[in-house]
Design a binder for this molecule. Sequence first.
Ligand code: PRP
Ligand code: URA
Length: 209
Amino acid sequence: MGKVTEVKHPLIQHKLTMMRQQETGSKDFRELLTEITILLGYEVTKDMQLVDVEIETPVCKTTAKVLEGKKLAIVPILRAGIGMVDGMTTLLPAAKVGHLGLYRDPETLKPVEYYCKMPEDMESRDVLIIDPMLATGGSSVAAIDVIKRIGAKSIKLVNLVAAPEGIAEVQKYHDDVDIFVASIDEKLNDHGYIVPGLGDAGDRLFGTK
Ligand code: PRP
Ligand code: URA
């Protein structure tokens, strides 16, 4: 079974509380999401492999560690996933970014795919799918389906807020995927919104309604 990590760092909890508040506007919402993504990214990248290199400091020669250089792909689920791209690419500047457009049909809550543009060599990349909201899990399951179909084998899912129902759905269909999340909230409401959640992440990021 994939691991679920709720990253309960005090800075993350404080910043997430600000994001949840309905009076927080788009500018602050965007900045806070970037900051939390960087903090989440610290945990997500904890198992990255290192190799030894010989270097020379101003004082002496020594052996030191650098990243092994495994290729990465960051895949935001549009739209709201875009709000996590800057944070992730700040940490991982060499990663390629693929875009996957999915929206939830408001009636059925089922994901509808409308765009997909991935780096060419996805089968050899470790993939980080990013989306602030894991609600019913439909969008994340569909995203992982797409990424696996392209050939990627190593996939992690990074969310800001998740409902227990969404986590269970991802585990049901993709039990090899590790999930990292800033908060596992209480439940979904009758409209498929996370409770207490933060509302519609895409609308709050981009100022739409
Ligand atoms: C939101 C969110 C997720 C999805 C989560 O996107 O960003 O992608 O809902 O819900 P689920 O787990 O029930 O599938 P939305 O469909 O609102 O599209 P948008 O980001 O374009 O507004
Ligand atoms: N999508 C969102 O943006 N928010 C929710 O609470 C659920 C799905």
